[in-house]
Ligand binder design. Structure first.
Ligand code: ATP
Length: 559
């Protein structure tokens, strides 16, 4: 097992390294583009301005053609599952200790919430990622713990979406608004007072996630029935506790962000508060654009402040830009694609010569092959470990079955506690009878006392034996359990009798009190000669202790 685990560690290191190299070559920002399909209610135009390839989007606009290149383009037919497969490597990177930010960007109504959150039938990236994290946490050598927070940036303020509410009704005001953002000595961003819940499994994480998203601000607009009026941020803190060789645990952060839609305010028909919300979203989105374009230079904006540690050096960013391929949205489409292109080009230096690009692609393909191959080997090792664990458990079970069989065997011979009490009483009676008959008829006839001698004898005995009569009675009627080390428990002891007879509802006390009486009487009874015919449950072997233990347990089971 140790050898297998060592092999697994080495392979995990190799896979981590290869994956990281891919991100270095690709650049710290990966940009995917998703095209939203037409839904039934929408009129489909005959001529569509957008055509797509696997990595390209071409937009025809006013007699011109604009070409955009991305790391991947998902057509209208792409399923949620298919998209998630492409997101998985960056999640792996978060598990490996990198800060990661996945965010959905685009015009309002283009499907950002659908991609990040999804529906019950078509879950999006966030619920799938939660499931994936817990699944991955079980497969490797390291152990993981997770905590979760959710907040929204609404009209320039932060709202804690997981904060406890005065009551569960959704229209109750939030208890925690406008939280402060601080930077800790290690450069990590801390949001003062933000609720952070420990999530030990997927079901709990999903429960909290559903709770948080219910409280997100949405309104109806001309473009989207349930338009998100804020940026919604889900943060998973990943604590990786390595094996013995890695002394301290490592914290990495995974942010999954559903940004509010950039919008042309006239088109959305927004008024009053909804209009203000739209303005606030546009403002923070343009700040985000600035931040991503020049990672070091930031406007003092809540959204960019929060994401600071996950957009900087060493962190990985995945941006999913969303577009709708209709004629009427062509201006917004070009704006969004321009933003995505600028981001990709500036941050990852992706505008390179054809030759360099070819070399880069070749390297990436080789590394991806290496990751795949290592994954395969890792899977084999995992299977081997599983097999070994299975065999080990089988042996353990076999051992414990054999062991418990012996015990059970003994338990079977053990008397039912109720029978015990009955037998004890019966035995005491028998003993009395036996002693009576034997004591009175133990000598030859001529030695039997006469009436006068009996009276004399009685008078003497009344004085001398009077004081010991209790003891004598107890000896006469005694039936006892003898224990190893000469311990014996007299059932005729009135305390034990009382305990046994009032056993209903008090069995635990019986066990304890019987023990106390037992200890107390041990020395006293040790030296006394016991009648050989008295009922003695004797055992010189150590298993009696087990039996008694069972006996007590079973007494309590009866109640
Ligand atoms: N790929 C898709 N397949 C099917 N339906 C989709 C898809 N993308 C989006 N939709 C549907 O389009 C509508 C708008 O999508 P969604 O609310 O996700 O947009 P959004 O970009 O989040 O908008 P906003 O910025 O206003 O919140 C929803 O009814 C959603 O179910």
């Amino acid at each position: 097992m140790e050898q297998l685990r060592l092999k697994q560690r080495i392979l995990e290191g190799k896979r981590r390294e290869a994956l990281n190299k891919i991100f270095v070559i690709k650049g710290s920002i990966t940009v995917f583009c998703r095209i939203r399909p037409f839904v039934l209610a929408e009129k489909r135009r005959v001529s569509e301005p957008v055509s797509v390839g696997s990595e390209r989007v071409l937009v025809k606009y006013g007699g011109t053609r604009k070409d955009f290149e991305f790391d991947k383009v998902f057509t209208e037919a792409a399923s949620q599952g298919y998209i998630f497969v492409e997101v998985e490597p960056i999640l792996r990177s978060a598990m490996d200790g990198h800060n990661v930010c996945v965010f959905a960007y685009g015009q309002t109504g283009t499907g950002k919430t659908f991609t990040m959150d999804g529906t019950k039938e078509h879950p999006g990236i966030i619920p799938r990622a939660l499931e994936h994290l817990f699944h991955e946490a079980c497969t490797g050598n390291s152990s993981y713990t997770f905590s979760m927070s959710m907040l929204e940036v609404y009209m320039g303020n932060l709202r804690d979406l997981l904060a406890p509410r005065p009551n569960s009704r959704s229209y109750e005001p939030m208890t925690k608004c406008n939280l402060n953002i601080q930077t800790d000595p290690k450069g990590l961003i801390e949001i003062e007072g933000l609720t952070e819940v420990q999530v030990s499994d997927y079901a709990i994480a999903k429960w909290w996630y559903n709770k948080g998203r219910r409280f997100r601000s949405t309104s109806w607009t001309n473009v989207n029935e349930a338009s998100s009026r804020s940026h919604c941020l889900t943060r998973i803190n990943i604590f990786r506790h390595g094996d013995a060789s890695e002394a301290k645990s490592q914290l990495s952060r995974l942010w999954m962000v559903d940004l509010g839609g950039s919008e042309r305010l006239i088109k959305t028909g927004a008024k009053g508060l909804t209009l203000d919300e739209g303005r606030a979203i546009n403002l923070s989105l343009s700040a985000l654009a600035d931040v991503i374009a020049a990672l070091k230079r930031r406007r003092n904006n809540k959204l960019t402040q929060i994401l600071k540690d996950s957009l900087g050096d060493g962190s990985k960013v995945l941006m999913l830009v969303h577009i709708r391929p209709s004629e009427e949205d062509v201006c917004e489409t070009i704006t969004s694609l321009n933003f995505a292109k600028r981001t990709r080009a500036v941050v990852s230096n992706k505008e390179v010569t054809m030759e360099l690009k070819k070399q880069r692609d070749k390297n990436i393909t080789e590394l991806e092959e290496e990751v795949k191959e290592t994954e395969k080997q890792l899977q084999n090792i995992r299977d081997e470990i599983k097999n070994a664990e299975f065999n080990l458990n089988k042996s353990k079970k076999l051992f414990s079955t054999t062991h418990s069989f012996t015990e059970n065997d003994e338990v079977e011979t053990c008397i039912n506690p109720k029978d015990d009490v009955k037998k004890i009483t019966e035995t005491a009676e028998e003993c009395k009878k036996y002693m009576k008959s034997n004591l009175s008829n133990s000598g030859p006839r001529f030695m039997n006392p006469t009436v006068a001698s009996r009276e004399r004898q009685n008078a003497v005995e009344r004085d001398s034996i009077g004081l010991r009569s209790k003891n004598l009675r107890s000896i006469v009627t005694r039936s006892s359990v003898q224990f190893p080390c000469s311990q014996s428990l007299s059932y005729s002891d009135i305390r034990v009798k009382a305990l046994l007879q009032s056993s209903k509802g008090k069995s635990r006390h019986i066990a304890a009190e019987t023990n106390a009486v037992l200890t107390e009487r041990t020395n006293a009874l040790e030296s006394k000669t016991l009648n050989p015919k008295s009922m003695i449950v004797t055992s010189s072997d150590t298993s009696l202790r087990i039996r008694l233990c069972h006996h007590r347990r079973r007494m309590s089971d009866l109640i």
